[in-house]
Design a protein around this ligand. Sequence first.
Ligand code: AMP
Length: 553
Amino acid sequence: MNATPEIIQGGQYNIGHICTRMQCDRGLGDKVAMRWLGAHGERADYTFGDLERQSSRFANVVGDLGVAPGEVFFIFLPKMPEVFFAFLGGLKARAITGTLFANFGEEALLDRLGDAGCKAILTRQSYLKKFQRIRDKLPTLKHILLVDAEKDLAPDVLSYPRLMAAASERFETALTPPETPSVLHYTSGSTGKPKGALHHHRSVLHQSRTAAEVLDLKPDDRYWCTADQGWVTGTSYGIIGPWSLGVTQLHFGGAYDAEKWFRLLQDERVSVWYTAPTALRMLMREDPALFGRFDLSGVRHIFSVGEPLNPEVISWGRKVLGHDIYDTWWQTETGGILITNRPGLEIRPGSMGRPLPWIEAAIVADDGTVLPDGEHGNLCLKPGWDSMFISYFHHEDVYRQKFRHGWYLTGDTAYRDADGYYWFQGRSDDVINTSGHLVSPFEVESALLEVAGIAEAGVIGASDDLLWEKVVAFVALRPGAAWGPELELKARIHVSNRVSTVATPQEFRVLENIPKTKSGKIMRRVLKARYTGGSVGDVSTLDFQDGANKEQP
Ligand code: AMP
């Protein structure tokens, strides 16, 4: 319904093919597709021809290892050139290709690899020990490929350089119909384990179109997306959208560093920059003199995604950077931008913007009634855009629950103003958004219960000036256990190792008991009220009165 048909040639929807071979066929083989800038000053340029050859080699590797179309292959690496080759190569081979944040701990890995039935993974030697501890629980995992091993380490722990050197750089991508499953991203909910949002190759239509019509990418642009490839922004707009248009991307392997970032924007003449509110808020805290030292006249547009973009950030952008910052709203499940401020549309600071012309959004009450402008309710979308997820992998029942009264429920609450702008209010569930990462309180609580001395745990998100939300953990101790710096450190390290560094609680509170409903569900709303000093609301279903639940010093 909303295709950019010129990117589809002969019915070939394969994302890997479109981002590489098709660009070469368009005459862009010698154009730089990716300028790689490493954390320690390394630089390397890869043309579309290089991308085509490297991804084709990897597609052959995937096939030779016996990963069949429709089977799952994962990448577990920090940002590095191999991530891009393997991602595109996996898709060419029609493997379902997933990317994982390199900061995931072993439990987070086990949940995702186990649920997906992952057959092969690309990682590096320093992460091997995480796999060794969970390996026997992953019966489907047949091959671990290491980017940095010159030789195979075991029959199932293989050298990526060796495999790549032996593979042909020619690969004829089989005709891939639009409904063929493509990318898999796990996303956290407030209950249960994370779910894998599965996409299809058809999503390239929406990603390409929005890269052109929202990000306004032009053939000569130099585009920088700061997102990690473990997150959907890193694949939809850090790989697929821009390369489907033949646009040059910068990729930087270092962490946040204001000076390095501004040098990169200046020296690399970045023209379109896609980043996130936490990063922008960190920049706002820097000495304003820093910005004056750099010439950012090459920058044409700045976009943001992942968390609410505060109006103050927009006025800072105008004053200090001389630019509007366009907010974009979307989520793992939507596969691409749906509601947005964009060039040519008046920005209302604090609003996410308006839905794209081909997207129907509404604010809907729990009973399915579409609410009038100004009223708060569930942010819902009419299903049917090209990049919409096709299922939660292996959890069709949970997928179906996301649709009601003909609407897709995003899990966000919002309101719409009289001019059709949408204003984000929050989540309708307990998922925590900390610097753009969705963290499941359930996963953190489960990890905390494994710490000796902790009997119960309840985890909430509390508002934070920098991160939007921070992770706050309430714990109740076992008899005889005493809270102190040692136990707190143990708990932090444990969550970091088991779940991820971003999920590690910033703050702990100790209670005698964790408030629960009579059926044993943790009342996070009560914990939130306790944290903020707000009203607790109806507690008739609590298994004890909150007043009896004294906080310990
Ligand atoms: P994820 O699936 O990890 O990309 O997270 C998607 C969620 O992040 C959305 O459902 C929102 O709760 C939040 N989010 C993403 N973009 C925005 C935005 N521009 N403004 C407010 N919240 C956002």
